[in-house]
Every structure is written in structure tokens, then in C-alpha cells.
Design a protein around this ligand. Structure first.
Ligand code: UDP
Ligand code: MG
Length: 335
């Protein structure tokens, strides 16, 4: 999709799914905070197929606010899709994401932007202090997930799940979102070499409506972590992962097989034809293991080759560059 060039200072992207009750107060808060910043801005509400009054509430707010733009989905596509649509339509040089349920506090936005500018960061991530959600079903899984994601991706954040984050437009423009990967944006962008910082932000209880997610999200996030880890470390050289596993398994199988064959020959040398015949390896569980490992090893290597071909298609079909440029610095005067 063709992305518009930034013409504004700031875009606030807000996915909305059945949040009619929260929208008026949140919109008022956002407008007050953004107005005080004294910069050009837009609020991009992405209505993710809400079945309540959200759309009519947004339309009513829009009638009194030229900054409010609405992207309306045909059906519910999920929060990640809503973020992606928001990024595609954002016209700001900086994009701030925020939940529509009022849990994030708009009053934190100026601090995110200040740190981004002063520290020359590409992403400033909110880190929810004093979280209000239940410990066992929300905060504990989230703690584990943050540790795991930080360890495996190398982009260390305390709160991947916090929606309140600020990005430079070129960063979100270059990450391709699908599935439920929105919470991994800092990790995925980390591959481009972006500078990431964290700021403590306020967490408020939900006052209207209910959460759209249950405990099953934890499992989906963990599965996504496999995908992201693979994408980050091996997606451009899958053979180095699969080939290594294949060589390891096949090598182990080959070694066991050679040992069995060697032992049989040794018995033949020592005990003659009778010794050779009586030393049976055909019924040994080790032979079974050796054959299994060799077959597995071959399969992994073939899988690696297939993945290589698919990876090439992926990079070439999408014209994805294998590098990320921050800026090109031209000489002041043309030669
Ligand atoms: N959301 C969305 N589409 C969905 C689910 C959620 O746009 O299919 C929005 C929702 O309206 C809210 C944000 O994503 O603005 C976070 O959702 P929620 O508050 O339910 O998540 P939680 O805070 O409980 O993790
Ligand atoms: Mg919420």
C-alpha cells in the first residue's frame, strides 16, 4: 500500500473495538493534552468492526473536532490489524499508539515525546507502573512473557504489552504486521538497529466495557515468540538452523550405525564366521535409533533447503531490503 508522506508532527493511533462508553472522556483528555503541545496532530481512530455505538460516538466527536479521523473496518480484524491500518494512514512524523478503553493516560504522551527528542530515540515505550489488573491471570503471565521476549530478541523492555508507545514514522512504516505481532514491534524493529527507551506510565482501571482478551492470549503470545525469534535470527539464513539440526541428528545416527557395523565386523575377525553370524545387530534398539536419526537428519536438511527457497521468494516478492538506512547525508554543495 502507498504510504502518505508525513505532513503533521504527530499521529495518535487508537484501535477501537466496542469502547463507546470510554471514547468521549478519552477524546476530551487527548484533545486537552495534544492542544497544549502546540504541534500539528491528528487522532486516528480505527473502528475494528465494533458492534456497539462506538462508530456513532466517533462520528459525533468528529463533528466537533477536525483533528479526528476515523478508519472503519468492515468487520473485526483484531488489534494488530487496527494498528497496521492506523500506521498506513498516519500522516505524522511521530506515531503514538494508545488504547481506546482509557487504561492508558494521555497525560503521559508529552513525556514520551520529550524523551524521544532529547535522547534521539526511535521508539519510546510506556512501562505501566502500579498495574491494576489481577496478578495471576494478567501480571504474572505478562512478566514471564516480557522476560522471555527480552532475552530471546535482545531488545530489553519491561512492558511489551503496554499500548502506549511512541514511534518515529519510518519505524512503523517498515515493520510488516500480521497475526498478533503488534506487541513485538520494538523487537522486530530492533533488527533495523533502532534506539529504544522506556518511560514509566500511569495504568488506570477500565471504567466502561470489558477486556477483549482472556488467558488464551498468553499461549498465543508464547507461540508468536517462536515466530519472532525465528524471523529475527534465521529468516534470512534458514539453512543455518535446519542444516545444523540435520547434521547433528544425522551425524549421531551415522556414528551409532558405524559403531554397530564396526562391532559386528570385530566379532567376525575374532570369532570367525560363527562369531560374525551370532552377533546380531538387526534386533538392537540402537539400530532403530540410528536409522531414525539418519532419516530425521536428511529431512531437516531438505527442510532447510525448502526454507531457503521460500525465504528468497519472500524477500524478492516483497522487495524487502536486507538493510535499513537511517539517513543519507549528502554534501552541502553539489560537485
Ligand atoms: N481492540 C481492538 N480489536 C480487538 C480487540 C481489542 O481494536 O479485536 C482494542 C480495544 O478496543 C482496546 C485495545 O485494543 O482499545 C486493547 O484491548 P483491551 O483493553 O481489551 O485489552 P487489555 O487492556 O485487556 O489487555
Ligand atoms: Mg485495556
Amino acid at each position: 500500500m502507498e504510504k502518505s508522506n508525513p505532513t503533521l508532527d504527530l499521529s495518535v493511533v487508537m484501535p477501537v473495538y466496542n469502547e463507546a462508553g470510554s471514547l468521549p472522556a478519552l477524546h476530551a483528555e487527548l484533545t486537552a493534552v495534544l492542544g497544549r503541545l502546540g504541534r500539528s496532530y491528528e487522532i486516528l481512530a480505527v473502528d475494528d468492526g465494533s458492534s456497539d455505538e462506538s462508530l456513532s460516538v466517533l462520528r459525533r466527536l468528529q463533528a466537533g473536532d477536525p483533528h479526528l479521523r476515523i478508519v472503519r473496518f468492515r468487520r473485526n480484524f483484531g488489534q494488530t490489524a487496527a494498528f497496521a491500518a492506523g500506521f498506513d494512514h498516519a500522516r505524522g512524523r511521530v506515531v503514538v499508539t494508545i488504547d481506546a478503553d482509557g487504561q492508558n493516560d494521555p497525560a503521559d504522551i508529552p513525556r514520551l515525546l520529550k524523551l524521544m527528542e532529547e535522547g534521539d530515540y526511535d521508539i519510546v515505550s510506556g512501562w505501566r507502573q502500579n498495574r491494576k489488573e489481577p496478578f495471576l491471570t494478567r501480571r504474572l503471565p505478562s512478566m514471564v512473557a516480557n522476560r522471555l521476549i527480552s532475552q530471546t530478541t535482545g531488545v530489553r523492555l519491561h512492558d511489551y504489552g503496554c499500548s502506549l508507545k511512541a514511534y518515529r514514522a519510518e519505524v512503523v512504516r517498515n515493520v510488516h504486521l500480521y497475526g498478533e505481532l503488534h506487541r513485538f514491534i520494538p523487537a522486530l524493529a530492533g533488527r533495523m538497529g533502532v534506539r529504544v527507551a522506556e518511560v514509566g506510565v500511569n495504568d488506570r482501571p477500565r471504567t466502561y466495557g470489558r477486556s477483549k482478551y482472556g488467558i488464551s492470549r498468553t499461549i498465543r503470545v508464547l507461540l508468536d515468540l517462536f515466530t519472532v525469534t525465528y524471523l529475527l535470527s534465521f529468516s534470512s539464513r534458514p539453512m543455518q538452523l535446519f542444516g545444523l539440526i540435520g547434521l547433528g541428528l544425522g551425524g549421531a545416527g551415522g556414528a551409532i550405525g558405524l559403531y554397530l557395523a564396526g562391532a559386528k565386523i570385530a566379532h567376525g575377525l575374532l570369532g570367525g564366521a560363527e562369531g560374525f553370524r551370532s552377533y546380531r545387530i538387526g534386533t538392537s534398539p540402537w539400530l532403530m535409533l540410528a536409522v531414525l536419526l539418519i532419516v530425521l537428519g536428511v529431512q531437516f536438511i531438505v527442510l532447510g533447503l525448502l526454507a531457503e527457497v521460500i525465504t528468497r521468494t519472500y524477500h524478492e516478492a516483497q522487495n524487502k531490503p536486507i538493510y535499513a538506512i537511517r539517513e543519507v547525508i549528502e554534501p552541502e554543495e553539489e560537485v
